[in-house]
Design a protein around this ligand. Structure first.
Ligand code: SAH
Ligand code: SF4
Ligand code: F3S
Length: 477
């Protein structure tokens, strides 16, 4: 690059990235000329809603610089936004990289980028550098805002471009984002995690907790609403500790009250709530709110106080149950959902029965159940008392059965009621139906057309199918 070009590169963000977007655009235009068509991209997302939101940011940049979305990985630029929370998430990526390498042999101009949580693990980078030389670009979770700059590097540099940061205190605002849905959107309110639950790799790959300023969050939601969004999902690994590290501290409950005031916004959801930080103030705000959905995801992880201590969760069985009681009293029709891990090192049958006991007492509307997965570098990985596979499998099956029976019992109790529903899509199996979500997060399918997408309508829940309903629209809200 010529020196005077260097002089023009802004040092401030996001200006610097807009400069690189312009530059990337000219490279992509050249490529389009060579190909005789617009080059295409495909972003594949693994993992949680934070990753899904990050992928929308990647897509926003790719579309700004002139790539077109492809329906499949048969594209000119393939990006894997990876997850490493459990080993199987990780294995999926290795498996699919094999296919990509074959594909790239026949399409040498193709670019492949890997980013996300798995890239924050040094062993992964080593393995990629050694045996996966066909990958063009590798970056992590902290520098995704630099995507345009990194794309330019892949056009200007030979070989693999690798840029991984250990951690960051930086939050770059106002970059382009391309939403998957026109009417709903995730909104990051914080990044990272400071909790270090002993089984979990997230704090190592997502860095220290940092909150966005309330005014930046509000401004983003106002823009989203002006653009047709009626429902937001506030995202953070532990939203209940939002705002603690801001210059002027703000609580999550205070933030919610400010968001509630945004005119045109109809529904507010959030994810995830750590039980240890769920305040009375938040319960009160939820009980009074007209917009916060009647759904709380409250990960239990284990019902055994002994295991919870080993997990470093900072609550015990009784505290969790008391909290549930308090929430149900304040918001009687709330749906409670959870995450549970089976087979944490040293988990005995007695410990497991404590988990079953909590499930039976709380009667969750839905629960994600996971088999414990050993993650290198976490304190739990060093524990020797791993539970035998067949024992874990047996517990997992028993738990799943219980969880499913609670969920269908909870759904059954709603049958016959009329509820407001946000219509999300035309049903994939039957195009005479549309699919929507109740405030409490249950799904309903009912006769309707595409024009209803993004609208909130009243639907009578006629038939319960276990975890979802068939219904009939009774009118617009
Ligand atoms: N921050 C969220 C969870 C993010 S990870 C919270 O604390 O609630 C999502 C879920 O994955 C966790 O709730 C946990 O149940 C599960 N999980 C995390 N690490 C795991 C591991 N090593 N093995 C199995 N499940 C795990
Ligand atoms: Fe992992 Fe615990 Fe942080 Fe959730 S709160 S991301 S389970 S360390
Ligand atoms: Fe996975 Fe990273 Fe989310 S490890 S669960 S994508 S924060």
């Amino acid at each position: 690059m010529e020196k005077n070009m260097y002089d023009q590169v802004p040092t401030m963000e996001p200006q610097r990235q807009f400069y690189y977007m312009e530059k990337a655009k000219s490279y992509v235009d050249d490529l389009a000329q060579q190909l005789g068509r617009r080059p295409t991209f495909c972003v594949t997302t693994f993992g949680c809603q934070m990753n899904a939101r990050d992928s929308e940011k990647l897509t926003g940049i790719l579309e700004t610089i002139g790539y077109e979305a492809a329906d499949s990985e048969d594209a000119d630029f393939v990006i894997y936004n990876t997850c490493t929370v459990r080993e199987n998430a990780n294995n999926k990526v290795w498996g699919r990289l094999g296919y990509l390498s074959t594909y790239k042999k026949h399409h040498p101009h193709m670019k492949i980028a890997l980013c996300g949580c798995m890239m924050q693990e040094p062993e992964v980078i080593e393995k990629l550098q050694k045996s996966y030389r066909f990958v063009d670009l590798i970056f992590g979770t902290h520098n995704i805002y630099k995507f345009a700059e990194l794309i330019v590097a892949t056009f200007e540099q030979k070989g693999m471009v690798v840029d991984i940061w250990k951690d960051t205190d930086k939050i770059v605002e106002d970059l382009p984002v391309e939403r998957k849905y026109s009417f709903k959107s995730g909104v990051n309110i914080m990044f990272g995690c400071n909790n270090f639950c002993s089984y979990c790799i997230v704090p190592y790959v997502r860095g220290r907790e940092r909150s966005r300023k309330p005014q930046d969050i509000i401004r983003e939601i106002e823009h989203l609403v002006a653009d047709g969004v009626v429902e937001v999902m506030l995202l953070g690994q532990n939203v209940n500790s939002y705002g603690k590290n801001l210059e002027t501290p703000v609580t999550f409950a205070e933030l919610l009250q400010e968001i509630e005031k945004i005119e045109g916004l109809e529904r507010i959801r959030f994810m995830t709530s750590h039980p240890k930080d769920l305040s009375d103030e938040l319960i009160e705000v939820m009980s009074k709110s007209k917009k916060i959905c009647k759904h709380l995801h409250l990960p239990l992880q284990s019902g055994s106080s002994r295991i919870l201590k080993e997990m470093n969760r900072h609550y015990d069985k009784e505290q969790y149950l008391t909290l549930v009681e308090k929430i149900r009293k304040a918001v009687p029709d709330i749906a409670l959902t959870t995450d549970i891990i089976v087979g944490f090192p040293g988990e005995t049958e007695e410990d497991f029965l404590e988990t079953m006991d909590v499930v039976q007492k709380v009667r969750y509307d839905s629960a994600f159940t996971f088999i414990y997965s050993k993650r290198t570098g976490t304190p739990a990985a060093a524990k020797e008392e791993q539970v035998p596979e067949d024992v874990v499998k047996d517990r997992f099956d028993r738990l799943l059965k219980e969880v499913q029976s609670c969920a269908s019992e909870r759904a059954q109790a709603l049958t016959g009621k009329t509820e407001s529903v946000l219509v999300e899509e035309v049903n994939e199996q039957d195009s005479s139906l549309v699919t929507g979500r109740l405030s409490n997060n249950f799904v309903v399918h009912f006769p309707g057309t595409e024009e209803l997408i993004g609208k909130i309508v009243n639907v009578k829940l006629k038939e319960c199918k276990g975890f979802y309903f068939y219904g009939e629209m009774t009118g617009e809200v």
